[in-house]
Design a protein around this ligand. Structure first.
Ligand SMILES: Cc1cc2nc3c(=O)[nH]c(=O)nc-3n(C[C@H](O)[C@H](O)[C@H](O)COP(=O)(O)OP(=O)(O)OC[C@H]3O[C@@H](n4cnc5c(N)ncnc54)[C@H](O)[C@@H]3O)c2cc1C
Length: 182
């Protein structure tokens, strides 16, 4: 088959890009080295058991979210079986020598507040950290599906920091900082 575009890798990135380009009328081939497409977000079955390779939550599927908008544009949103996360426990993480379990709420403020339950002295820092994270995402046009107005993309100094430095700047409690690194 003749193709205008060949994409190497059938993960979320390759498949979405391929679908978008095909919708724009280009002939696309996606080459995947594995037997199953989906990359890091695939599931597979062995007998009656379904294995997830990593995926447990997909962000951006609420109305107005990036993936919701993309899938709406691609005409597949109604074919997806989506279920909202538990507002008060979108994620439950167990780690550390004491096997402590942290329940994390969904939503900008609630997210920081749910962690402040475990790290009460870091409440203000946690809120600042979350706000700073949101600010960083504002710098990424593609994340918001915005057209870049200028040809040159410039970022703030913090955007270019290594993640450890960014976390340490906001979160001073070591246990709390370790949590974020995980
Ligand atoms: C443990 C874990 C848990 C995660 N949990 C979540 C989650 O809950 N929610 C979420 O949104 N994200 C999660 N992620 C992140 C998510 O998996 C990635 O953001 C997403 O899969 C990235 O998609 P991608 O297409 O860029 O890369 P990938 O998914 O890695 O896809 C790359 C594809 O390219 C193929 N490939 C590589 N080299 C070649 C080659 N030479 N020729 C042909 N094919 C090739 C690979 O086989 C693969 O299929 C998780 C990641 C990990 C590791």
């Amino acid at each position: 088959m003749n193709a205008d575009i060949i994409i190497i890798g059938g993960g979320l990135g390759g498949l979405t890009t391929g679908a978008l380009l095909a919708k724009e009328g280009l002939r696309v081939i996606v080459l995947e080295k594995n037997a199953v497409i989906g990359g890091g977000l695939q599931t597979f079955r062995r007998g009656n058991i379904e294995f997830e390779t990593g995926m447990h939550i997909l962000g951006g599927f609420r109305k107005g979210g990036t993936l919701h908008r993309l899938c709406t544009y691609l005409g597949i949103i109604d074919r997806l079986r989506l279920r909202d996360v538990d507002e008060w426990c979108m994620d439950e993480i167990t780690y550390g020598e004491d096997n402590a379990t942290y329940r994390i709420a969904s939503g900008r403020q609630a997210f920081a507040e749910s962690l402040a339950v475990y790290f009460p002295k870091q409440r203000e820092q946690l809120h600042n950290y979350v706000e700073a994270l949101y600010k960083l995402t504002d710098e990424i046009d593609i994340f918001h599906l915005r057209l870049t107005s200028e040809g040159i993309v410039s970022h703030s100094e913090q955007f270019l920091w290594p993640v450890d430095k960014f976390i340490a700047h906001y979160v001073t409690d070591q246990n709390c900082a370790t949590f974020w690194r995980i």
